[in-house]
Ligand binder design. Sequence first.
Ligand SMILES: [Ca+2]
Length: 336
Amino acid sequence: MEEEKSGVLKPIVWYKFDDPNDLGKDSSGNSYSATNYGATYDSGKNCKQGDGCVHFSASGTQQYMTVDNRLDLGTIQQQSGITVSFWGYMTELSGYWARYFDFGGRNSTYFYHGGGANLYNWLFAAPSTSTYPTWLQLDIYGGKGYFSVPFSKHVISSWHHFVFSISKNGSASANTWSVWIDNELVCDACHASGLTSIPMDERGWYIARSHWEVDGKTDGGMDDFRIYDQALTALQVAELTEIYYDSVEYNPVSTPSKAYWFLRPVYVNCQMNHTWDDVIHGQLAKNQTFKSGGLGKLMTRGEFEVWVCSYQDECAKPRNPFCYVFNEQQKLFIPW
Ligand SMILES: [Ca+2]
């Protein structure tokens, strides 16, 4: 599974923000460095991944970064799909409509104040207005709509993981958007519109800055910013989110079985308190106690072939089952 993960999940842009002397360094190997306008390095203990992250202060001159404008995000999405992911937080010092990112055109041909046809931005912001005091909002301009995320459980000043995935044009699910926050799918193909290709000299791929000068400044931080030239599946997002636990927090003395190598440490001791008879009975009764299925591509024949999710275990939460794979040789349910 590890080989599959690294093979499938290869970002085309990867800002780790680990190097204080080269904060916008691209670790993807593609040299799409970010340009830094005043943002500062924060040390690893304040960050989510690796040895550092970037900090944006709202006091004084606007601090932000730009993604390399050689990238034509519109064409990438149209041809192969695109995903943007990062860890981020904002403090209450952030202004109205402070941005996590705002990707769009910079002048009147591709940008038009007040809305209108010549507007091709897609952006993710914390409005913090009287109308939307505790919401995050994803806006897709060009007459294309917006998507609001209730912010109540995504408390300001704490780190959260965000994934924005748009499928390519011309497929069955063409141009559909999916959004995950902390590995929870908060937008399940809830919107469909492709991105527009913008000429290079008009591209403004802003991180932590708005294209609208009236908007407030961002006060907060970001870590592990990535762009993929593909839409991600739920499994790939789960792996992406768990990388943090794998590399930083979860550092066992012995290597776990690869079936649950990305399991959060808090779940390692979860136990299935039911037998296969219970599982089958529960499924036949359709009483929402268990779900199960085949492992598909993740299957190791004769060892790990099926998964079971239980709504009744100690580790399960209301509407949020806890899942196991069944070890066919040891006849054991193993937390997954
Ligand atoms: Ca980092």
